[in-house]
Design a protein around this ligand. Structure first.
Ligand SMILES: *[C@@H]1O[C@H](CO)[C@@H](O)[C@H](O)[C@H]1NC(C)=O
Ligand SMILES: *[C@@H]1O[C@H](CO)[C@@H](O)[C@H](O)[C@H]1NC(C)=O
Ligand SMILES: *[C@@H]1O[C@H](CO)[C@@H](O)[C@H](O)[C@H]1NC(C)=O
Ligand SMILES: *[C@@H]1O[C@H](CO)[C@@H](O)[C@H](O)[C@H]1NC(C)=O
Ligand SMILES: *[C@@H]1O[C@H](CO)[C@@H](O)[C@H](O)[C@H]1NC(C)=O
Ligand SMILES: *[C@@H]1O[C@H](CO)[C@@H](O)[C@H](O)[C@H]1NC(C)=O
Ligand SMILES: *[C@@H]1O[C@H](CO)[C@@H](O)[C@H](O)[C@H]1NC(C)=O
Ligand SMILES: *[C@@H]1O[C@H](CO)[C@@H](O)[C@H](O)[C@H]1NC(C)=O
Length: 541
């Protein structure tokens, strides 16, 4: 029963009718599913993550009163996946699924806690294996586990958890939502593509949607800068120098000099200004200037990865991303998100050496498409059932190039236009200037990055609810999604917040609208540059 006309989002409606014990939960489960545990937690209690669960080991603290449940579900080829479910005493009658990260396998109880604070019955799936986010070895010669990770575990967890939720509260969920970033963003878009009935609204941040090309690119891009002894190698400290020069040249393009690059595509960056002069120490170890060979490396890193026939394999970073320690090109070895994928998802085996990388890897990856993880462009079924998607991407993301999201969006548009589907009617996305991967901002930018997106709460303090001081649909992406789905209020922007001290999250340093693509935020020319009201969203097209 939909009661949205009667209620504000804060209204707490549901009452826990069912008992919070294993027998009651088991009775609600379909064949092939069994309870791992079910027990009540009082208000302010801590959920202790089972020691054997290694993917997301952080305990969830100061929870609202809830029933903590975990269920194991049979999947293909004798495999299983598990999920955790928090059923809050003060239920908002709605369902929320949270996403995972990288190759990680495990239930993220901290993110479930963030959802439970809104009153959602909130789940997290373990995706069918136990591992940290950077470990892909579980996938070796186990296509069934890859299939669980790719799509089966999320969908199966959602279906079973909705049944448990309905039985526990003796009422079906009124609305169903998804919130995930990175691999979590990919999982959200994959749901929209494969299982359009699962969600009414999907928040998909920094989606790792092009698994079959992005993972090979992840290995490839690092090789431009390896080995570290090469004369073309750019050490991490020199990337910081390059970043300072990128900001000097590219920040003013957006009309305001504030260390935040809002329009990197509008910048014709010339790294030649950094060339070492005759009197400089012209070695690869100098951190104040770049040599000719290092300039080549820089051009390689900032070029899209193209096939021999000139088709795009994967788009590259946007300018401004180069200053961050997590940059894929800043390490001594390629990131395992690239090499573990090639060894274990593509079956090259543990002995495979990254120096043997070549473009045939991409062809192999396309032919296997492990776990059907890569998301396609046909979202028409999700559109047709009235679903909504809000996506976003940090503009200095050092892991997943920002440009991959506009690429996806533009290709979905290209795919749906012949079907007379207006993408803007159900799928919107916004860029977040100065935000890194899913959360946070470099200290020298201090950009407004917080909007209560997936994984963001724990970057402040996992105990926070919504956007402290601004718990409304203008500032909170989950509340914005609910307003769109339930009340038809179409989001034009989400206001990002930067606190003076994010951990304390009391005083606000600056706020700014994060505009829906292809609009960009423009300073009006007067008023406090740190106030959201001094900015407007402007279309360049
Ligand atoms: C909640 O628990 C914390 C310790 O985790 C404690 O410091 C705090 O006083 C408790 N608050 C309430 C309202 O019980
Ligand atoms: C199914 O999996 C269980 C647990 O991993 C294992 O003990 C059992 O041998 C497997 N059965 C088959 C038929 O592979
Ligand atoms: C992961 O570990 C947990 C805790 O030991 C266990 O219950 C679960 O079965 C494991 N999952 C898989 C897929 O092996
Ligand atoms: C929930 O929805 C299903 C399918 O529409 C329906 O069969 C069932 O009776 C509903 N359950 C409750 C408790 O309303
Ligand atoms: C060159 O190296 C010397 C010794 O390491 C250092 O003192 C000097 O500042 C360097 N010059 C430049 C231009 O970086
Ligand atoms: C840079 O320094 C490292 C460590 O001191 C050294 O091994 C390497 O050869 C140097 N590179 C160049 C190009 O001088
Ligand atoms: C170009 O090469 C890529 C990568 O090998 C391949 O996937 C694609 O089909 C090719 N396109 C054309 C038009 O031949
Ligand atoms: C922010 O506040 C926390 C908690 O009081 C404190 O530990 C930390 O040092 C502060 N950070 C900065 C940059 O001042």
């Amino acid at each position: 029963m939909r009661q949205e006309a009667l209620l504000g989002f804060g209204a707490l409606l549901g009452v826990a009718n069912g008992k919070c014990d294993p027998a009651t939960i088991q009775a609600a489960l379909p064949k092939g599913a069994s309870v791992n545990f079910a027990y009540p937690l009082a208000a302010n209690a801590t959920f202790e993550v089972p020691k054997s669960s290694t993917g997301y080991p952080t305990n969830a603290v100061n929870l609202p009163a809830l029933c903590a449940v975990s269920v194991q579900v049979q999947s293909i080829s004798n495999s299983t996946f598990g999920f955790g479910l928090f059923l809050p005493d003060d239920w908002n009658q709605r369902f929320l699924a949270t996403g995972n990260g990288g190759f990680g396998g495990g239930i993220n109880y901290v993110d479930m806690g963030a959802g439970a604070r809104y009153g959602f019955a909130t789940i997290s799936t373990d995706t069918g294996h136990n591992s940290s986010t950077g470990d892909g070895s579980w996938a070796y010669q186990h296509p069934e586990l890859v299939e669980n990770w790719g799509h089966l575990a999320m969908h199966g967890s959602v279906v079973v958890a909705k049944a448990v939720t309905a039985a526990y509260y003796a009422q079906n969920v009124s609305y169903s939502y998804y919130s995930g970033c990175s691999t979590g963003g990919r999982q959200g878009l994959k749901e929209a593509e494969f299982y359009p009935e699962d969600f009414d609204g999907i928040v998909a941040g920094a989606p790792a949607w092009w698994t079959s090309h992005m993972q090979p690119w992840t290995a490839r891009v690092a090789l431009y800068n390896l080995p570290t002894t090469a004369n073309y190698h750019i050490p991490a400290a020199l990337f910081a120098t390059i970043n300072t020069e990128v900001i000097r040249q590219c920040d003013p393009q957006d009309g305001l000099v504030d260390s935040i690059i809002s329009d990197p595509e509008g910048c014709n960056f010339r790294p030649e200004t950094l060339l070492c002069g005759a009197n400089a120490n012209a070695t690869a170890n100098d951190t104040s200037c770049v040599t000719g060979p290092q300039l080549d490396t820089l051009y390689n890193i900032f070029s899209d990865y193209l096939a021999e026939n000139n088709t795009l394999i994967f788009p590259t970073y946007w300018l401004g991303s180069e200053g961050q320690p997590a940059l894929l090109t800043g390490a001594n070895l390629p990131n395992p998100l690239g090499t573990d994928y090639i060894k274990y998802f593509l079956g090259k085996g543990p002995q495979w050496n990254y120096n043997d990388y070549n473009d045939d890897i991409v062809k192999l990856s396309d032919s296997i498409n492990p776990g059907k993880a890569t998301v396609g462009f046909d979202l028409s079924a999700f559109h047709n059932r009235g679903g909504k998607i809000l996506s976003y991407h940090g503009m200095v993301d050092p892991l997943i190039p920002t440009s991959s999201t506009p690429y996806y969006y533009n290709h979905v548009q290209r795919h749906l236009a012949p079907k007379s589907i207006d993408i803007d009617s159900f799928f919107k996305f916004f860029l977040v200037p100065g935000m890194g991967h899913c959360s946070s901002t470099p200290a020298k930018m201090n950009a407004p990055w917080y909007f209560a997106g997936p994984n963001q709460q724990s970057a402040l303090d996992q105990r926070v609810y919504s956007v402290p001081g601004f718990e409304d649909e203008d500032h909170d992406v989950i509340l914005a999604m609910m307003a769109w789905v339930e009340k038809g209020r179409v989001p034009k922007y989400v206001v990002g917040t930067k606190y003076v001290n994010d951990t304390l999250h009391t005083d606000v340093l600056r706020q700014r609208p994060l505009c829906m693509y292809p609009e960009q935020a423009k300073y009006k020319g007067n008023g406090d540059v740190n106030g959201a009201g001094s900015w407007e969203c402007e279309s360049l097209y």
